[in-house]
Design a protein around this ligand. Structure first.
Ligand SMILES: [Fe+2]
Length: 412
C-alpha cells in the first residue's frame, strides 16, 4: 500500500516511492522530486528528515526491517491539557498552532467519535424527558474548534465518512464541523465559533420530540407528516431555552437552519433581510450534508453534484456569496468524490490541496481503460500536471463506494 507521510515520520527500512519539496527561487515556485529510495542508513534517514520535503509517499510492501545502530528512545510530548475557560472570561485564548493533515487526522477521528456519542446521549436524554447539561457539549465544542485551528481539512474530510446507522447523530456533528469551519473562514473569533459549533451539534435536537413513526419513516412524508416534521425547529429552540447555559447564537441555529434566503423556508419564512449570517451558513451546511448522505430512501449524492445543486439555487434558497465561499471551504472537489482524469483513469479525491484547489490528491483506482487495478496509487495532481479532472462519474455506475475504498487504501 502507498502511504503518504511527513518527513518527520520517516523510519529506517522504509521505501520511498516518491517525494517532493517546493522552493521559491527568484520569486518562482520550483518543485524538486526524489524517487525510489530505501532508507537503509541512519545518515540517510537524518538527511531526508532535514530535506524540507513536503510530502513523502512510501510503499509499505517494500519495507525492510533494519535495526538502528543505537536504539533511540523517542520522547513523546505529554498530552495537551484541556483548558476550561470561565464563561465570564471574555479574553480570547490564542488559537493552537497549525499542524499537518496527517498529524491532525488522528485526533480529529477521536473528536468526531466523541462528538457523535455526545449528540447520541443528549438526544436520548431528550427522548427520556431528562433535562440537558450543557457543560459537556461546551467542552467538546472547544475540542472541535481547536482541531479546526490546527488543521481544518482533517475534520472536514471526516464529514465524508457517513454512518448509515447513526445518521441523525453523525449529521449533527457534520453540520457542526461544516458550519464552524466555514465561519472560521469568514473570520469569526473563537468564542463565536464555539457558539456555532454548539448550535450545529444540537441543531436537530427537536427531532426527538417528533413521533418515531414519522421520524424514521423510510418513504416520503405526507403533507401532514411534513408539517409535523417541520416543528422540530421550534421544539429544538424550546428544549435549548430550557437548558441552562446555551448561548442565544446556538439556539438560533436550531430554530433557523431550515429558513431560506428567499423566504421559502420554515418555521417562519424569514428571508435574507432578517436572517443572520449564522443561519444562512447553517442552512447551506445542513443541506450539503443531507444531500451527500445515504438514507434508506435515497443514495448519497456525490459531493460535486451536491455543490452544483446548491450553486443552482444561489440567491434563491441560499445567499450566493456564501455558497461560493462554502465551495472553497469544502474544496471544489471534496474528499470522497469519484473523478475521471484526462488520462481515462478513475480516481477518488483523497485530500484537498489548499494551495491549489484544482489540484487535489487523488487515489487512482483504475487503469486508462477503467479496469480496476490491484494496487492503488495516491498522487498529487499538482505534481502530475498532465493529469486533469475531466468528469464526475456516478459511483453506482462502477458499483463502488468511494468512502469505503478510501478507508481501505489511504491511511491518514
Ligand atoms: Fe433540521
Amino acid at each position: 500500500m502507498i502511504e503518504r507521510i511527513l518527513p518527520e515520520e520517516l523510519k529506517l527500512g522504509m521505501y520511498i516511492e516518491r517525494g517532493f519539496r517546493e522552493r521559491i527561487i527568484n520569486g518562482k515556485k520550483k518543485v524538486d522530486y526524489i524517487y525510489n529510495i530505501l532508507v537503509d542508513t541512519e545518515e540517510k534517514l537524518q538527511k531526508l528528515k532535514n530535506s524540507q520535503l513536503r510530502y513523502i509517499y512510501i510503499n509499505t510492501e517494500k519495507y525492510i526491517e533494519i535495526r538502528p545502530e543505537k536504539p533511540k528512545v523517542e520522547k513523546k510530548p505529554p498530552p495537551e491539557p484541556i483548558i476550561v475557560k470561565e464563561e465570564e472570561e471574555e479574553e480570547e485564548e490564542p488559537p493552537p498552532p497549525p499542524v499537518s493533515f496527517t498529524e491532525e487526522i488522528k485526533k480529529a477521528k477521536i473528536i468526531k467519535e466523541e462528538s457523535v456519542n455526545l449528540v447520541k446521549n443528549y438526544m436520548e436524554d431528550v427522548s427520556l424527558g431528562k433535562s440537558l447539561d450543557s457543560e459537556k457539549a461546551k467542552l467538546q465544542v472547544k475540542n472541535i474548534v481547536d482541531s479546526l485551528f490546527r488543521n481544518a481539512d482533517a475534520l472536514i474530510s471526516l464529514t465524508r465518512l457517513k454512518s448509515f446507522d447513526h445518521y441523525t447523530f453523525t449529521h449533527c456533528v457534520n453540520v457542526s464541523v461544516l458550519l464552524t469551519s466555514f465561519a472560521k473562514k469568514l473570520g469569526y473569533n473563537r468564542k463565536k465559533l464555539e457558539r456555532l459549533a454548539l448550535g450545529g451539534l444540537l441543531h436537530d435536537i427537536g427531532k426527538m420530540k417528533i413521533p418515531d413513526k414519522i421520524l424514521n419513516k423510510p418513504g416520503r412524508f405526507t403533507d401532514e407528516e411534513r408539517q409535523i416534521m417541520k416543528n422540530h425547529t421550534i421544539y429544538g429552540k424550546e428544549i435549548l431555552d430550557r437548558t441552562e447555559g446555551i448561548p442565544e447564537a446556538s439556539k438560533l441555529i436550531a430554530l433557523e437552519h431550515h429558513e431560506r434566503y428567499d423566504g421559502g423556508g420554515y418555521p417562519y419564512g424569514k428571508d435574507g433581510s432578517t436572517l443572520g449570517q449564522d443561519s444562512l451558513i447553517a442552512a447551506i451546511s445542513d443541506v450539503y450534508d443531507a444531500l451527500t448522505s445515504k438514507r434508506v430512501y435515497k443514495p448519497g449524492m456525490p459531493p460535486p453534484q451536491a455543490l452544483a445543486y446548491i450553486k443552482e439555487r444561489s440567491n434563491r434558497e441560499f445567499k450566493k456569496t456564501l455558497v461560493d465561499l462554502f465551495i472553497i471551504n469544502v474544496g471544489v472537489y471534496p474528499v470522497g468524490s469519484l473523478v475521471e482524469l484526462s488520462t481515462g483513469e478513475l480516481g477518488i479525491i483523497a485530500e484537498v490541496n489548499r494551495d491549489d484547489l484544482l489540484k487535489p490528491f487523488v487515489l487512482i483506482i483504475t487503469d486508462k481503460l477503467k479496469r480496476f487495478t490491484k494496487t492503488r496509487e495516491l498522487i498529487s495532481l499538482y505534481e502530475f500536471r498532465e493529469k486533469r479532472i475531466v468528469g464526475f462519474p456516478e459511483p453506482e455506475k462502477y458499483k463502488i463506494d468511494p468512502n469505503k475504498i478510501l478507508e481501505e487504501s489511504v491511511k491518514y
